[in-house]
Ligand binder design. Structure first.
Ligand SMILES: Nc1ncnc2c1ncn2[C@@H]1O[C@H](COP(=O)(O)OP(=O)(O)O)[C@@H](O)[C@H]1O
Ligand SMILES: [Mg+2]
Length: 330
């Protein structure tokens, strides 16, 4: 069984691409087979994986999309045709397996600048669903970096997504972007696709910024928004704001190559473990290793501690507190 996660919010600069590339690397490290689908201009996720990119040539998703433009609304491309189109395009791109991944892998459907234009020719909103279903060597987990703009590419992405993970930086327009995304998801559910909100991830979080406190309070006090119990959907940990994510992108490397302090990426380790459990792969989450092997004194930005005005918690204390309360998103 594969689970498809959309990393999505209707507002740019929230940390979507950083989340997709960091999460993909961590999930592979735990031994998961991950497919990354980069639909987000200007291909930041694809560029963020540069250090692991193979030398082989590949074609573009746009050419694969265009080949299914004849399909009428609601039709799904046949698996055999999908395989032919994908192999002609050399997609997905398999990243050479790293020794630390032990059984895990990452393959990528990279971003290309004609995706949006190609998707404009599509009549069916199920083309991407058919393409992803037809990918050989089925992945366990699909991560889609969502397009910012509306249109058929977005509709196709929504149709194939099981769960949305919404990164959100502590700034006022982010809440509008979250609200717009939740409204869109309601429309998709009404059209018969069971998309749900996995969780909201506070990113680029500087606990000294008073905005963070305000935004966390707003979310914790929001009960039912578009059918989602928002207050229970905020992940209990946040991602610290730090310069190393920017550097990691610039050098096309993981953040743990830029800094040795695991407190900077500890939140993403906890998110990866949430994804593994959610995707039915809890057995993989049990084995922390490499950069996911967080020492007990790693500092986690705990949402509960933010509210108490004491931002950081030792990982060991954080996990003991979570084990004691067992909330839905622990
Ligand atoms: N935790 C973080 N701390 C500081 N900067 C970050 C963090 N996460 C992302 N960034 C930076 O913020 C900018 C937006 O992040 P990005 O992942 O590209 O967002 P999106 O894909 O939503 O547009 C990028 O310059 C990125 O390097
Ligand atoms: Mg992006």
């Amino acid at each position: 069984m594969r689970t498809t996660y959309g990393i999505a919010i209707r507002k740019g600069g929230q940390g979507k691409s950083t989340t997709v590339s960091t999460l993909a690397r961590l999930l592979a490290l735990y031994g998961a087979r991950v497919l990354v689908v980069d639909l987000a201009q200007p291909g930041t996720t694809t560029a963020s994986l540069r250090d692991a990119w193979p030398r082989t040539e590949h074609g573009d998703l746009s050419s694969v999309l265009v080949s299914f433009r004849h399909l009428p609304p609601g039709a799904t491309p046949a698996a055999r045709e999908v395989r032919t189109a994908l192999s002609a395009a050399g997609l997905p791109v398999a990243l050479p397996s790293q020794p630390s991944w032990s059984g895990g892998r990452i393959s990528v459907v990279p971003w290309d600048e004609l995706q949006g234009d190609a998707a404009a020719f599509l009549q069916s909103e199920r083309v991407l669903a058919g393409i992803l279903a037809g990918i050989p060597d089925a992945p366990d987990i699909v991560l889609i970096d969502y397009p910012a703009e509306g249109g058929p590419l977005l509709t196709n992405a929504l149709t194939v997504t099981d769960r949305v993970i919404m990164p959100l930086a502590a700034e006022t327009p982010a809440l509008e972007g979250a609200d717009a995304m939740l409204r869109l998801m309601t429309r998709v559910r009404e059209a018969g696709h069971p998309i749900t909100l996995g969780g909201i991830l506070l990113t680029r979080c500087d606990p000294k910024n008073k905005r963070v406190f305000d935004i966390v309070q707003t979310i914790l006090q929001a009960d039912d928004v578009q059918g989602e119990p928002l207050s229970r959907k905020l992940y209990p940990f946040a991602i610290r704001a730090n310069e190393f994510y920017e550097q990691a992108f610039r050098f096309g490397e993981p953040i743990w190559e830029r800094t040795s302090n695991p407190s900077h990426w500890g939140g993403y380790v906890l998110l990866a473990e949430w994804v593994l459990r959610d995707a039915g792969l809890a057995h993989l989450a049990a084995a922390r290793r490499g950069p996911a092997l967080l020492p007990p004194d790693t500092h986690i930005l705990a949402i509960s501690a933010l509210v108490l005005d004491d931002p950081e918690m030792r990982l060991a204390d954080f996990e003991a507190a979570r084990a004691a309360t067992r909330p839905s998103l622990q």
